[in-house]
Design a protein around this ligand. Structure first.
Ligand code: GLY
Length: 307
């Protein structure tokens, strides 16, 4: 069986961004992921691809993360290995440049699943992980623009409205299956723009933002609070476990999600142990792509207009 890697750059309306840049980042990340997947297996590939997306600087994760209402970056990430059922995650971290690497370390080096806040940052420092450079110029410009609209103070319940209005994309992630049929998931995010400090989304919660079992893996993107309500990835993976195709599982999961939280809220990518894969979203767009060890590659889910 061939190796397959699927990644996404986030669900949203994708306004205010050059989509060609996004396609370039997706292709580069797919190549980085499949290079790691071939010798290393599904988890290696999913983490390497997610790290490349975090490093791109143009997506809402890692160095490109959006800021909270105080102008600071805090990030969530998670990984899960379907073969062992083990997961690792971090929430509200500020230190690591690559939260997905720290999430993997939590899975591999501790008895725990989720580490949060300053103590998770201390763990990253202890491990010698690379330091995050702080909010990007672009993130700070957007922050200042929002404040200049007179929305400073405590914008209770403005975060989701702003995310939609500004056309922001959200979260990055990868799912993979290797030649032995073992699947894995990895996800990383800067969270929703203008969130409360301390807010944690779906990307550090197994079953919500990411999930993997022996039959399939899924990662989600979108407004975290809605994804936590629907346990979107657990739902999709359970459907694959019941024998549904990747496409049907993704579609049924997003339909159920939409019936709970409405449209413009989420998307997901899924892969099954036999290499079947798919994606579904209820937003205008969710750029995603796939690559196989046999050299097939594709990018889909782009916004209809050309910017
Ligand atoms: N989906 C990422 C978040 O809401 O934090």
């Amino acid at each position: 069986m061939k190796d397959v890697l699927i990644i996404h750059a986030g669900a949203g309306t994708w306004r205010h961004i050059n989509i060609d840049d996004v396609v370039n980042v997706i292709e580069k990340s797919l190549k980085a992921g499949i290079e790691a997947l071939k010798p290393g297996g599904a988890l290696e590939g999913a983490v390497a691809a997610t790290k490349a997306l975090e490093d791109s600087g143009i997506l809402n994760a890692g160095v490109g993360s959006v800021v909270d209402i105080t102008g600071k970056v805090s990030m969530d990430a998670g990984v899960m290995d379907g073969g062992s059922g083990r997961a690792g995650a971090v929430a509200s971290v500020t230190y690591p440049k690559n939260p997905v690497i720290l999430a993997r370390k939590v899975m591999e080096l501790t008895d725990h699943i989720l580490l949060a806040g300053p103590d998770a940052d201390k763990f990253a420092i202890k491990l010698g992980l690379e330091k995050h450079p702080g909010p990007s110029e672009k993130a700070m410009k957007r922050y200042r623009d929002i404040l200049s609209r007179g929305e400073e103070g405590v914008p209770y319940r403005k975060s989701f409205k702003l995310a939609l209005e500004l056309g922001l994309h959200d979260t990055v992630g990868a799912v993979a299956v290797d030649s032995s049929g073992r699947v894995a998931a990895a996800v990383s995010t800067g969270g929703v723009i203008m969130k409360f400090p301390g807010r944690v989304g779906d990307s550090s919660i197994p079953g919500a933002g990411f999930y993997a079992s022996q039959t399939g893996a899924a990662v989600a993107t979108g407004i975290g609070e809605t994804i936590i309500r629907s346990f979107l990835t657990l739902r999709a993976v359970e459907l694959m476990g019941e024998g549904y195709s990747a496409e049907t599982s993704a579609k049924l999961a997003i339909m159920k999600h939409t019936s709970i939280s409405g449209p413009n809220t989420a998307g997901l990518i899924v892969v099954r142990y036999d290499g079947d894969f798919s994606a579904a979203f209820n937003t205008e767009a969710m750029p995603w792509g796939f690559i196989t060890s046999e050299g097939e590659m594709g990018v889909m889910g782009l916004p209809k207009r050309k910017l």
